[in-house]
Design a protein around this ligand. Structure first.
Ligand SMILES: Nc1ncnc2c1ncn2[C@@H]1O[C@H](COP(=O)(O)OP(=O)(O)OP(=O)(O)O)[C@@H](O)[C@H]1O
Length: 529
């Protein structure tokens, strides 16, 4: 591959040593003059960019450059710059380049290198040349609208933003309008109606998954409203949002941030935002008949995860510990629910939930043009398959019905609920955990935390789907019930009919709620697309 031409090349000083520094449209590189073969330099950098004896930073990972005032604190970080003690090596003019340093576990840090010049003209020439290259990076945001949930997670959202994020945004010359929310849905309502979105290049969410969901709803609803799209129609073609959402993790689980960035570290997220990284995401629309309920990007869970959320919402005062307590309680209650799931399978030749391919930024499968509709090869475990329009139907008793639009990886479950789910392939993984013993269910749950295949149990089925519907048993139509009651006595049908019309009756099967990205849905019968 042809190397991009050098734009500037000089001998500058770094920590008292003479270095050959060069700038091209692709990278800023420096190495000790005459020591090209020897390794030297600064703190450890992981990745291919630091070859022995030289250091290269891609231009797209330079955060900022500024002329450094000698013997004075640098303006944004409050640190004093090191000035060489030896007068002969002292240069009065220097500039500091801030750049992304990749460290372990997908974490990014903001590093700095200060290069000293013999005269100010040269120093300014370098600053200008680097700034010109940065100005060509048009995907970088310049103006952001930031919403902070001060009550998310351990209530550290405001502090995290002020101490860790705002200083790097200002170093990168990003201007911000910051709104600290005063109530639930403040951000959503502001985005839906008031916010002047034309002013911004993106929206930043400082909070957890619930806060992200609020902002996503505000932005999607605003986009549909502006385009005259009726969200209540389940088959309506939605318009993509023009603005990106950046997530600064400050919640309890931060699952969406973890699944997209690979870590839940605020500085890493801030740096991804600054360099203009983007990751498209699938969004499921959830309807109850012709009523729009919510959008989902991570987990739709009925049964175990629905009950756990319902219980944990009553314990919000406990903070993040509520999830553990509610998890144990829900597990011990071991409730199962009856109902019918119908789904439209995805093209099984492109990817499957058990193919062990992990979706990452730039994933080939997510970049494929719209996947060809094809009939999915039904797995043997499907008890009653209907072939009409390739929809398939499964009835049964379930401990959990989960639909994962993404892996749902988080620090507690590093692989997530569906490790091979894709972020942006237009599908979700439908995971059905049928009624089984407590010990079997525990074995399944424990596999979320280790490397074993969590779908490798006879009571667990997984399907990659494009759409699905769920009807709890007592809401099933007469034809659905007739199918189920084949062989059963007419008296049973008679009682089921009574129970259906009087759901308060004690003998109706109990009903769970859907956990939609951490929010409880008001209906159990849903259509998801
Ligand atoms: N000022 C506020 N007062 C009360 N609730 C708020 C406020 N701002 C936002 N919320 C709501 O708080 C809920 C929870 O917020 P968030 O997602 O940030 O934290 P979390 O629930 O602790 O984390 P996670 O969702 O990752 O588990 C959100 O659904 C959001 O609507």
């Amino acid at each position: 591959m042809e190397r991009p031409p050098r734009l500037l090349c000089s001998e500058l000083r770094l920590q008292g040593r003479v270095c050959e520094v060069s700038l091209s449209g692709a990278a800023l590189c420096w190495r000790e003059a005459g020591q090209s073969g020897r390794r030297w330099g600064s703190a450890g950098v992981y990745g291919p960019l630091k070859a022995a004896g030289s250091h290269c930073v891609p231009v797209c990972e330079i955060i900022a450059v500024q002329e450094t005032e000698e013997d004075s604190p640098s303006t944004d970080v409050g640190k004093w710059q090191k000035v060489p003690q030896n007068p002969s090596s002292s240069n009065q003019h220097s500039f500091t380049v801030s750049y992304v340093e990749r460290t372990l576990k997908h974490r990014w840090r903001c590093s700095e290198v200060t290069l000293h010049c013999t005269d100010r003209k040269l120093c300014l020439q370098w600053v200008q040349a680097i700034r010109e290259q940065l100005a060509l990076l048009t995907i970088r945001p310049k103006r952001l609208l930031v919403y902070i949930n001060p009550y998310g997670g351990k209530q550290r959202g405001k502090r995290i933003y002020e101490q860790k994020v705002a200083p790097i945004f200002s170093r990168a010359s990003i201007s911000t309008d910051v709104i600290v929310t005063e109530r639930a849905n403040h951000a959503r309502d502001h985005l839906k109606t008031e916010a002047d979105l034309k002013k911004y290049d993106g929206v930043v969410c400082v909070g957890g998954d619930g806060m992200f969901s609020e902002i996503m709803h505000g932005l999607i609803s605003r986009t549909q409203c502006d385009a005259g799209v009726d969200q209540n129609r389940p088959d309506e073609e939605l318009i993509s949002c023009g603005l990106r959402i950046g997530i600064i993790p400050a919640g309890s689980t931060d699952c969406i941030c973890y699944a997209t960035v690979g870590s839940n570290d605020p500085v890493t997220s801030a740096l991804h935002i600054i360099v203009g990284d983007s990751q498209p995401m699938d969004v499921c629309s959830v309807h109850h008949h012709d009523t729009f309920l919510r959008y989902s990007v991570s987990l739709l869970g009925y049964g175990f995860y629905g009950d756990m959320l319902t219980d944990s919402e009553r314990k919000r005062w406990m903070g993040p510990a509520r999830y553990d307590i509610s998890g144990v309680k829900t597990f011990l209650s071991h409730r199962y629910y009856e109902g019918t799931i119908s789904f439209l399978p995805a093209d099984g030749t492109v990817s499957t939930p058990r193919d062990k391919i992990q979706c990452r930024s730039g994933c080939n499968i997510c970049q494929m043009p719209s996947l060809v509709e094809s009939t999915y090869k039904a797995e043997d475990s499907i008890s009653e398959a209907e072939t009409k329009d390739t929809w398939q139907v499964i009835r049964g008793k379930f401990l959990a019905i989960n639909a994962a639009c993404m892996s749902c990886a988080c620090p507690r479950s590093p692989k997530g609920l569906s490790p091979s789910a894709h972020l942006a392939d237009g599908t979700a993984d439908l995971i059905l955990v049928r009624k089984c013993s407590r010990i079997d269910f525990l074995r399944h749950l424990l596999r979320h935390t280790n490397k074993d295949d969590q779908f490798d149990h006879p009571f667990v089925e997984v399907y990659r789907v494009r759409q699905f519907r769920f009807t709890p048993r007592y809401q099933e139509t007469d034809s659905e019930l007739e199918l189920r009651e084949v062989g059963a006595g007419s008296s049973k049908h008679f009682f089921t009919q009574i129970c259906r019309e009087h759901p308060a009756c004690g003998c109706t099967p109990t009903q769970s709620s859907w956990n939609c990205d951490g929010e409880i849905l008001p209906h159990a019968a849903i259509q998801v697309r």
